[in-house]
Structure formats: C-alpha cells, structure tokens
Design a protein around this ligand. Structure first.
Ligand code: DOR
Ligand code: ZN
Length: 346
C-alpha cells in the first residue's frame, strides 16, 4: 500500500559541506531535499571572519547545480581572537546566522577552537545583545575524561556556567547524544535548543564496535549506549519546539575513514529524509516529522518556515541510494542505516 506525507521543505541546521572537489560533489546531495542549511565553518583554515564567510558562501553558491534552490546559512568559527565587532557586522548584514564554538581539540579541525572560555566572553556578550545564536560542540577535551562521558561533563563544567554568565545568549547544543543532554535541554526555560543527527537516532555504540570496527559509524560525539539512543528518539519525535534536525552530515573520503586513525563523521545528506521517515514511522510519530525537520529550526533561528513542500511516499519496494558519492578527491561512503528504506522524497 502506498502512503504519502507532505511537509514543508526541510532544513538542515548543522551541515559540513567542505570545500573544493568535495563541496562540488556533496552539495547536490543536500540541495536535493533541503532548502537551507547552517554551514559549519571548520575548514582548514577555519572560517573566522565575516569576509571569510562571505567568500565561502560565494564558493558554495558557485558549486550549486543549475536551478537548485538552496540557501547556505553561514557561521563563524569562534576563536580566542574573534573580534566582537566583526561578528556583529557579519550578523547585521544578514550573512551570518550563528557562531560555532569548538572546544580546542574536540573534533575534526578544532585546533583553532577555544581553550580558555573567559577569553571569548566579550564575543558571547555581544551575541546575547544582538540575538545571534551560539552553536556548541558540547564535549570536554580533558584527557582524563572518558570519551563516552565528555558530553555529560561538558554540560556541567562548561555549558551551564556559560549560560548562567551570559543571560539572553541563544545556544544550540548540537548533535546531542545522551539522555543527560536531553534532560538538560528539557529543563531549560528558553534560549536553549538542541539538534539531533539522523545517525544518532539509528546507531548505538554496539553498531560501531561489535563484530568488527565500523569506521563509517564513527563520529563525534561518539554514539553512546542504547538507552541514550532511545532518549534521543523520544525527544526528536516528541514535537518539542526546542529540538530540530541537524544532520552533521560530515563527508570524509573513504581513505581517510578506513584508516589506522580514521576521521570522525557520518555522511547522511543523501538518505537522511528517508531514514527519518522510517524512524518517525517506527515511533508512531509521522505527524511530528514536520516539526522536527521543517518547523522548529526556523522558529528557533527567527526565520520563516519554507513555503515549498516535499512529499514523502512509502512504497512496498525498498528505495535504493548509491553506496558512495564520487568526488574529485575520492569516494565518500553514504551512511548505511542497516535496514531497508521504503520512504522516498519528491
Ligand atoms: O563526526 C564529526 N565530524 N563530528 C564533528 O564534530 C565534526 C565533523 C567533521 O567535521 O568531520
Ligand atoms: Zn559537525
């Protein structure tokens, strides 16, 4: 039996597009289904200034397929030397929609991130004044903190103190992976949102490690225990306005993933909407997919929802996607959810 679901066109509130040959190859995968995306600034070197964000935006627009209607929403990479006036000007011009906080050393290309959070206070205060959201990679980097605990410890040691010290600062806790983060966001009373990735709704740490190490399931924050995945699914499908889709689709060529020291990142741009429809259907929450993928994010960012729609169709036959996307730098493997997908997008 065929079933259909029409929703406002979705947006992706956390996306890695990279640059050069990889940008060229992966951008159509996002532009096919998504109207807008918050574009991560962790290039090498990072996108720190308004001028760098404007140039990156131009490169993204130049790489768009003809006729694609896709708007990149640019972000700035917060460093200890970031100039509050430059941030404010980039926001006022309409170019920049968020500033990204990477604790130094937390993840891919985070070496220029923040070590001493006191040094970015002036920027955060300016952002609170002008209503510019801070997107947070929420993991501590202390060597003595177990990697599976780094998100929970970050909430107590870094995020909560920052929020208390900066009233009015809008914060997105990105790619949350724990019941602790779900609880922290649910206990908040405004100004705090969270994104959840597609893959963290599908995999737990067993998928990564049981029966052999699966490099294409390795991302940061790393997938946690099943009880955490269940908490994420319950929150994502709840309709709560504080939670929305940020895929964290993060392409790395296969040679960099399938390596003695593999890079973190799952590439989900290609099949995210099919996977989400599957997950929401399993949870009996198809009527709340639109809130998660298309409504809550724009509301948090103070933008209108998209006027255009997409229609998801469930067919009896499984839909197929390419196993990998070819780029000029090598193939990028598409995330394998491990179950057949029946929802297609048009
Ligand atoms: O898995 C991840 N990949 N997590 C991040 O925070 C960064 C991203 C990337 O840039 O590859
Ligand atoms: Zn990311």
């Amino acid at each position: 039996m065929t079933q259909t679901l029409t929703i406002r066109r979705p947006d992706d509130w956390h996306l890695h597009l990279r640059d050069g040959a990889v940008l060229q190859a992966v951008l159509p995968e996002s532009a096919r289904h998504f109207a807008r995306a918050i574009v991560m600034p962790n290039l090498v070197p990072p996108v720190v200034t308004g001028a760098e964000a404007a140039a990156y935006r131009d490169r993204i627009l130049a790489a768009l397929p003809d006729g694609a209607a896709f708007a990149p929403l640019m972000t700035l990479y917060l460093t200890e030397d970031t100039d509050p006036a430059d941030v404010a000007a980039a926001h006022a011009s309409g170019l920049v929609h968020a500033v990204k906080l990477y604790p130094a050393g937390a993840t891919t290309n985070s070496a220029s991130g923040v070590r001493d959070f006191d040094r970015v206070r002036p920027v955060l205060e300016r952002m609170a004044e002008i209503g510019l959201p801070l997107c947070v990679h929420g993991e501590v980097t202390d060597a003595d903190i177990d990697i599976f605990d780094r998100e929970a410890v970050f909430i107590d040691r870094v995020l909560d103190p920052i929020r208390r010290a900066t009233p009015g600062l809008k914060v997105v806790m990105e790619h949350i992976t724990t019941a602790n983060a779900v609880g922290y966001v649910k206990a908040s009373d405004g100004g705090l949102g969270a994104t959840i990735t597609t893959h963290h709704l599908v995999i737990n740490r067993n998928h990564l490690l049981v029966g052999g190490i699966r490099p294409h399931y390795y991302c940061l924050p790393v997938a946690k225990r099943e009880e955490h995945r269940q908490a994420l699914r319950a929150f994502a499908t709840s309709g709560d306005a504080r939670v929305f889709l940020g895929t964290d689709s993060a392409p790395h060529v296969d040679a960099a993933k399938e390596s003695g020291c593999g890079c973190a990142g799952c590439f989900t741009a290609t099949n995210t909407m099919s996977i989400l429809a599957h997950v929401f259907e399993e949870e009996g929450a198809l009527d709340r997919l639109e809130a998660f993928a298309s409504l809550n994010g724009p509301a948090f960012y103070g933008l209108p929802a998209n006027d255009a729609t997409v229609t998801l169709t469930r067919g009896d036959d499984a839909v197929t996607y390419p196993d990998r996307i070819e780029t000029g730098d090598g193939p990028v493997t598409v995330f394998d959810p491990g179950f057949p997908l029946h929802w297609s997008v048009s």
